[in-house]
Design a protein around this ligand. Structure first.
Ligand SMILES: C[S@@+](CC[C@H](N)C(=O)[O-])C[C@H]1O[C@@H](n2cnc3c(N)ncnc32)[C@H](O)[C@@H]1O
Length: 424
């Protein structure tokens, strides 16, 4: 049993194994219910309850909240029909990797801290092989929380506490593990610093099975997708913690905490490896295409160029969309229909609006088809460029270029045709 500190006054607690600890300094008595030391700060449980309620629902829907003791006893192995069988295959691999990491302690029994332990399956497995484990989580449910200790044949110390605010005296552990839990921290760097303080000299900190991304952008995309999926379960999604980790963030956090970082990449199963190889191949092809495009088009990009399309000459100023290079402008211009004869007479004036006219290509093609055109752009360079091109093509009697935001410069006018090649 580790040396605890009082969650109320931070003084050391006095306790003997199996009995409720007390604080000599402030008189606090720490409850010990169902084999779990209750060391959350007063009021903390009520504060996190809305998140925990949602977490229970989502984990239940995902098939993690199982009832059978046999399920917990065999984790990380699960039945092939388990709804999370694929996830648990990854967890098995991480567990094997953890075993390799622990070999550096040459088979000595270790004091291990399992932070965000959930059902405590990892603490149970490690206790079975002779280590002395402390599982910390704020969830005490019998299904998927620390209460699952009831399912195991073996005993280890369970502490209901915040892994961000540990009620444990520093320097007591050989290993501290965040097993699929560090991404629930709102400040992983701070959480790692605090966990590091729990280590005895020569101790190691392990972070495994949290979603890890190359960039914040990629992490946010995952959260957006998750948010959409969660909406099916909850009306109001409560997010707790940052939700994902990044390689650079972990590197920084490790440096700040004075830790030497060592990555152990996951190899995964055969299908996973094939998928990863295909993704890597596609990424390399995409990068090569971008490089090629840059080499081919780079000379015409961001500089003044003269383009010619279907007999129309266009000057394209730097920072103006090049309709030939990026094709969609030329495509739209060529698609401008000839004006219908509105009232049967050839003399009716038909009006067109070209939104985001850029170089003016759409406006010019519409004017050549017989429309009277207003071209609008918000970019002053584009307005200048389009005006030059209107003059260059002798269409100043048919095309007027206005500066402004979408429909605003043409407000009050009516048009027979609206063209828009929007920026993507
Ligand atoms: C995805 S589960 C992982 C559980 C377990 N480690 C496993 O691998 O199956 C994340 C766990 O972290 C716990 N957790 C998240 N933030 C926590 C915090 N600040 N303090 C304590 N536990 C926390 C959650 O209650 C949850 O049980």
């Amino acid at each position: 049993m580790p040396a605890f500190i009082c969650p109320q006054c931070a003084s050391p607690l006095t306790a003997s194994p199996g009995s409720a600890p007390t604080c000599r300094a402030c008189g606090a008595e720490i409850p010990l219910h169902d084999g779990i030391y209750r060391l959350l700060k007063p009021g903390r449980l009520q504060e996190i309850e809305p998140f925990l309620a949602q977490y229970r629902r989502i984990r239940g829907d995902d098939g993690y909240r199982q009832r059978r003791a046999a399920y917990y006893r065999s984790l990380p192995k699960v039945d092939a029909r388990d709804p999370q069988a694929a996830t648990w295959r990854v967890r098995q691999e991480s567990f094997r990797n953890l075993g390799r990491v622990l070999r550096r302690f040459e088979g000595r029994p270790l004091r291990i801290l399992d932070l965000g332990a959930g059902s405590g399956w990892l603490a149970a497995r490690l206790t079975e092989v002779g280590h002395s484990c402390v599982a910390v989580d704020w969830l005490d449910d019998v299904e998927d929380g620390l209460g699952a200790i009831a399912h195991y044949a073996i005993r280890f110390t369970c502490v209901q506490a915040d892994f961000d605010d540990l009620p444990i005296a520093p320097g007591q552990f050989h290993v501290a593990i965040f097993n699929a839990s560090l991404h629930y921290s709102s400040d992983p760097a701070r959480t790692l610093r605090r966990a590091r303080a729990m280590l005895a000299p020569g101790g190691i900190l392990v972070v495994m099975d949290s979603p890890l991304f190359a960039s914040d952008d990629a992490g946010h995309r995952m959260l957006d997708a998750q948010q959409i999926a969660f909406h099916a379960t909850c009306e109001r999604v409560i997010r707790y913690g940052i939700g994902y980790l990044t390689e650079s963030g972990l590197r920084r956090a490790a440096r700040d905490a004075g830790l030497r970082l060592c990555w152990i990449p996951s190899r995964g199963g055969f299908r996973w490896a094939v998928k990863r190889w295909i993704a890597g191949f596609l990424r390399r092809v995409w990068r090569a295409w971008l490089r090629l495009r840059h080499q081919r088009f780079g000379r015409r990009y961001r500089r003044l160029v003269l383009e010619r399309i279907d007999g129309v000459s266009l000057v394209v100023l730097p920072d103006v969309f090049n309709p030939v290079l990026l094709r969609s402008g030329a495509f739209l211009a060529r698609s401008v229909p000839s004006p219908p004869l509105a009232d049967g007479s050839a003399s009716a004036v038909l009006r067109a609006l070209d939104l985001g006219t850029g170089s003016g290509i759409g406006a010019i093609f519409a004017a050549r088809r017989g429309y009277h055109v207003i071209g609008v752009d918000i970019n002053p360079e584009a307005v200048r460029c389009a005006r030059i091109n209107v003059l260059l093509n002798n269409l100043e009697g048919r095309v007027e270029i206005r500066a402004g935001d979408l429909f605003t410069p043409g407000a009050g006018d009516q048009f027979d045709l609206v063209l828009f090649n929007p920026p993507l």
